[in-house]
Ligand binder design. Structure first.
Ligand SMILES: [Zn+2]
Length: 137
């Protein structure tokens, strides 16, 4: 189900709680919602649809990747500064991102995965992980 995008700063600044298999419907809703916003949004955290659980969805190539409880296990010492936009609010904000990261997470089938990302995908994941901590970029 496509859900409305939350713009409430108070809700968006809360830290999200761990997700489990009961949250898979939320993950599915996130995929449908991000697909409906594909012209303006490449990543989404669950709090953007009002659910305070640690779930992110992002575009990778032609598909959407769902991560439950993502944790950064390694980050490159190389960083860069970039201006990012967010669907939840107006205006760009300057942030520092790592060029590459390694993330441990559960996939949509609740399998434990560990994967390395770089470039724009690593940037999107870092942006969505900020959302899980209640950080608004
Ligand atoms: Zn955002």
């Amino acid at each position: 189900m496509i859900r409305p995008i939350v713009k409430d700063k108070f809700l968006l600044s809360q830290k999200s709680a761990p997700a489990d298999k009961n949250d898979l419907q939320t993950a599915q809703d996130m995929v449908e919602t991000i697909a409906a916003h594909s012209h303006e949004c490449v990543g989404m955290a669950a709090n953007m649809i009002g659910v305070l659980k640690r779930i992110i969805v992002f575009e990778e190539g032609a598909k959407y990747v769902v991560m439950l409880n993502p944790v950064v296990k390694w980050e490159s010492p190389e960083t860069y500064v970039i201006k990012e936009n967010c669907l939840c609010h107006e205006g760009a904000k300057e942030v520092t991102r790592h060029e590459a990261i390694e993330v441990e997470f559960l996939d949509i089938r609740m399998r434990k995965c560990r994967k390395r990302y770089d470039g724009i995908t690593a940037e999107i994941i870092q942006h969505e992980l900020d959302h899980l901590e209640g950080i608004l970029v």
